[in-house]
Design a protein around this ligand. Structure first.
Ligand code: NAI
Length: 295
């Protein structure tokens, strides 16, 4: 198994909001990145937004022009899981659905070299259960980035029941190599951050649903009243309402408490395809569809 400094090739699966940012970070840290998505349009959008983001950093003097262009060149888009066979570390950032992720982990286990570490960027799903889909549960780990990955300073690392100390140490140092601070969570639904954040977002939906206040007043209240940089409804749009709903469902079923039951308004927005900023409309309307927001 590769140590953090030996992680040279990183596979990233899912080129949406999170996967594209993770690919950018790994490329900027000097890794060869193989970026895979089921949707070719997502790959094109990701490459365009990564290139634009890195060039903006270069224009601001935060990255040399050469480092910027080298990072862009280190990202290769691929079309099958087989293309990830030489990766030292694979980070999965596909849709937040356990059955879909498990299917992918079965395939990854078959295809990748035996020393490869398999990480999931899941917001809430059990790492132990994803690991159980493989024959290498000691090499499966949660690597939970925050949105947008190039800006947010944190990675929450989740140890499954069988994650080895060596894999934890390698992923922790690799996260630090990406310039991030690390926290470690046991494998319980929603881990640390979403266990606390999602009930607040859900409560904001209940406040809106039951007519306590307007969306603007709910958000302004939490921004100015509790010093949050963004109101909870605005943050939900930013995360993706589909992701929020999936996480709440995992909390609800995993922790068995009705306080996590998703607000009907959130469910209705997702049913209507109002998924937030990435689709141009969620709680709020945005000018145009964007795959991510970057520096
Ligand atoms: P997204 O909807 O922006 O992107 C998901 C991408 O995965 C799409 O491009 C889709 O085409 C692709 N995809 C879906 N199934 C696939 C498959 N089987 N194989 C290959 N590609 C596939 O979603 P987002 O927001 O990037 O979330 C991805 C993961 O990251 C989820 O597990 C989510 O819970 C987690 N996450 C999301 C955060 C957020 O703020 N949005 C923060 C931290 C984690």
């Amino acid at each position: 198994m590769a140590t953090a400094s030996e992680i040279a090739a990183v596979g990233v699966i899912g080129a949406g909001q999170m996967g594209s940012g993770i690919a950018q970070l790994a490329a900027a840290a000097g890794c060869a990145v193989l970026l895979l998505d089921a949707d070719p349009a997502a790959l094109s959008l990701a490459v365009a937004s990564i290139s634009a983001s890195l060039r903006r950093l270069a224009a601001k003097g935060q990255l040399s022009q050469a480092a910027c262009e080298d990072s862009i060149k280190r990202i290769r888009c691929v079309s099958t899981v087989q293309d990830l066979r030489d990766a030292d570390l694979v980070i999965e950032a596909i849709v937040e659905k356990e059955d879909v992720k498990k299917k992918l982990f079965v395939e990854l286990d078959k295809i990748t070299k035996s020393s490869a570490i398999l990480a999931s960027n899941t917001s809430s799903i059990s790492i132990t259960r994803l690991a159980s889909a493989t024959r290498r549960p000691s090499q499966v780990i949660g690597m939970h980035f925050f949105n947008p990955p190039p800006i947010m300073k944190l990675i929450e690392i989740i140890r499954g029941a069988d994650t080895s100390d060596e894999v934890f140490a390698a992923v922790k140092s690799f996260s630090e190599r990406l310039g991030k601070s690390v926290i470690c969570s046991q494998d319980y639904p929603g881990f640390i951050v979403n266990r606390i954040l999602m009930p607040m977002i859900n409560e904001a939906f209940w406040a809106l649903y039951t007519g306590v206040a307007t969306k603007e007043d709910i958000d302004t209240g939490m921004k100015l009243g509790t010093n949050h940089p963004m109101g909870p409804l605005q943050l939900a749009d930013f995360i993706g309402l589909d992701v929020c709903l999936s996480v709440l469902r995992v909390l609800h079923s995993g922790l068995g408490d009705n306080k996590y039951s998703p607000c009907p308004l959130l469910v209705q927005y997702v049913d209507a395809g109002r998924l937030g900023k990435k689709r141009g409309v969620g709680v709020y309307s945005y000018g145009q569809k964007s795959s991510s927001v970057r520096p």
